[in-house]
Write a protein of this length. Structure first.
Length: 317
């Protein structure tokens, strides 16, 4: 029957088959993309239990009074009725990453009762490296020993950081397989070799498979010990270039988010002299579960819960 229809109306049948095939291909690509971004697969096998501490927001709020005057006619006489509304307006807003001291003081694994473990890392930095007349732009990230236990990267060669590497501020690095192939030619030749940047010779001790995701806490070509950053370079006060990821107990990310929200109001505000003169009186730790983080990045929105709801509607439709 199908063959008869094809011979009778070849053009329309071909158009119809193309439309069906194209639709199926698009659906398959969408499913593959969503599975890659939101699915529990290395290095995000623990995705359901993760909470990302992304930014600290502080504001200097001041109360303003808004008067509203209404007029109405009662028994032929015009009368005025005034009401007032008191609102909080921000005269100064600052938003950035955290200082390492802020994270260790207020959100360590010992302070968060809902946390199984926590990793502190830097946001990624960029270095230009030249070798054999070629320029390589390296995205680097400073991590602690817990980073590779929370994010289970597939180790292709060598090893990840040990506590000794971190404590001794070793000039060791872990690189992705993609960088190993581009810079050294193969994985086999990379382990034990050195890459020179930031005025130091760093020895490659391990090669991991790169993360095929747009998760900003994973994207890097080179991983260094977090202790390599000089303590003096860490920002004073609460703002800095660090972020953190919490692995919640029993995969209960909602409980960790609630605990972070509960702890935040108890954090004391710094003196204005430590905040460039800003007298902050409002603080928010922007923390998200895995779905919220991806929804924010996918929809480029500000409200995490609304973004998550919209993304679920998109997927459901």
């Amino acid at each position: 029957m199908a063959w008869r229809v094809l011979r009778r109306h070849p053009f329309y049948t071909a158009v119809s088959l193309f439309g069906i095939s194209f639709t199926l291909a698009v659906l398959m690509l969408m499913v593959a993309w969503f599975q890659n971004q939101f699915g529990a697969r290395p290095p995000l096998s623990n995705a359901a239990s993760l909470v990302y501490l992304k930014q600290l927001q502080q504001k200097q709020l001041q109360q303003d009074t808004i008067w509203k005057v209404d007029s109405s006619r009662v028994n032929g006489v015009w009368q005025k009725d005034s009401t007032r509304e008191i609102v909080n307006n921000a005269s100064w807003t600052s938003q950035s990453g955290f200082s390492k001291d802020f994270l260790t003081r207020f959100f360590s694994a010992e302070k968060l009762t809902t946390a199984e473990k926590i990793t502190v890392m830097t946001q990624w930095h960029s270095y230009d490296v030249f070798s054999n007349n070629k320029k390589y732009n390296l995205r680097t990230r400073h991590v602690d020993a817990a980073y590779f236990t929370i994010f289970n990267f597939k180790v292709l060669k060598g090893r990840t950081f040990s506590p000794a590497d971190i404590d001794q501020r070793a000039l060791h690095i872990i690189i992705t397989a993609d960088l190993a192939r581009r810079y050294f030619g193969s994985l086999e030749q990379a382990v034990g070799e050195q890459i020179v940047f930031d005025n130091n010779n760093f020895t490659v001790i391990g090669i991991v498979e790169e993360a095929r995701t747009n998760n900003e806490f994973l994207n890097a070509d080179v991983f260094l010990p977090i202790t390599y950053i000089d303590a003096a370079k860490d920002a004073n006060g609460y703002f800095g270039s660090f972020v953190a990821v919490v692995q919640s107990r029993q995969a209960n990310a909602a409980a960790t988010l609630a605990e972070i929200e509960k702890i935040t109001p108890s954090i004391p505000f710094l003196d204005p002299s430590q905040n460039n003169g800003a007298n902050f009186n409002y603080m928010k730790v922007k923390a998200y579960d895995h779905m919220q983080l991806n929804a924010l990045n996918f929809l480029y929105a500000d409200d995490a819960n609304e973004s998550k709801r919209k993304l679920l509607l998109i997927v459901g439709s």
